[in-house]
Design a protein around this ligand. Structure first.
Ligand code: C2E
Ligand code: MG
Ligand code: MG
Ligand code: MG
Length: 267
């Protein structure tokens, strides 16, 4: 307990300095269309290079950033950086599709969230349709009335919404369908159980089926094997993201991936 607390305090103190010291960077992970093999976009994932600790995983510092409110300035930096990068790629003629950014609950709850996102799009020159915002289903459900308005206001300027880690919360898809959502990301735990559990892939199948019926783009997270790809394609899952296609990589490496073209899908 005490050790935990000490680590938390150390992380918090270092996080406060990290933005000013430019210790954050974004890595980008491709999303791939399962019919064509084309890269449809990238998820921006935050990386923290601490001068002494080295790379700190998001699981270790995002919860601290959320608990302390530091996620607000950090989240603004992430949005600005991702939009700037996406605009650069567009200007180079690279087919970036949409750049996906993870949004925390307290960001979404901010009074001026919509105007801040609009300001960032305006400043960077990125058209709204090239931005996708990811929120988890529990965040979406926490304040349905407020979130419904926020989602619609940004949707009106072309921004897409994705529900992240789907299947780990308690919401029904019919309830979800009230919101202007474009994308459903099946949590990696259901993707990895495609091949392992006694009820192999049952939840993944159900989510894909319902997502398709609701006309959502269904994305499988954490895809690591060709057997998983085969299973997902048979069930008409739209897109996949995972180490099989690409790890999250720095922006210059991702640009090369975009130039080189899509990774080949098995016939
Ligand atoms: P997430 O949004 O669900 O992101 C996907 C996570 O799965 C990433 O972990 C990614 O590296 C990992 N992943 C991708 N493909 C595979 C695979 O094939 N196998 C396995 N085992 N893992 C895979 P990462 O980068 O450590 O991020 C963890 C979480 O931290 C994210 O989960 C997201 O919730 C949060 N996060 C990351 N960046 C940000 C950010 O900028 N803002 C906020 N609020 N949260 C962030
Ligand atoms: Mg995500
Ligand atoms: Mg996820
Ligand atoms: Mg579909």
């Amino acid at each position: 307990m005490n050790l935990h607390l000490v680590e938390r305090q150390q992380v918090e103190a270092s996080l406060r300095r990290a933005l000013d010291h430019e210790e954050f960077t974004l890595h980008y992970q491709a999303k791939v269309n399962l019919d064509t093999g084309m890269i449809t976009g990238a998820e921006a994932l935050l990386r923290w290079r601490h001068p002494e600790w080295g790379m700190v995983a998001p699981a270790r510092f995002i919860p601290v950033a959320e608990a302390t409110g530091l996620i607000l300035p950090i989240g603004r930096w992430v949005l600005g950086e991702a939009c700037k990068q996406a605009k650069r790629w567009l200007d180079l003629g690279l087919p970036i599709g949409a750049i996906a950014v993870n949004i925390s609950a307290i960001q979404l709850r901010q009074e001026d969230f919509v105007s801040r996102v609009k300001a960032i799009l305006h400043q960077t020159g990125l058209p709204g349709r090239h931005l996708q915002l990811e929120i988890t289903e529990s965040v979406l459900m926490a304040d349905a009335a407020h979130n419904g308005t926020v989602l619609q206001q940004l949707k009106d300027i072309g921004v897409q919404w994705a529900v992240d880690d789907f299947g780990t919360g308690y919401s029904s898809l019919s309830y979800l369908s009230q919101f202007p959502i474009d994308v459903l990301k099946i949590d990696h735990s259901f993707v990895s159980s495609i091949e392992t559990g006694p009820h192999d892939g049952i939840i993944a199948s159900a989510v894909i089926g319902m997502g398709n019926n609701l006309d959502l783009c269904v994305v499988a997270e954490g895809v690591e094997t060709w057997a998983q790809v085969e299973f997902l394609r048979q069930r008409h899952c739209d897109e996949a993201q995972g180490f099989l296609f690409s790890h999250p990589i720095p922006s210059d490496a991702f640009a090369k991936l975009l130039v080189a073209g899509p990774p080949r899908l098995a016939a």
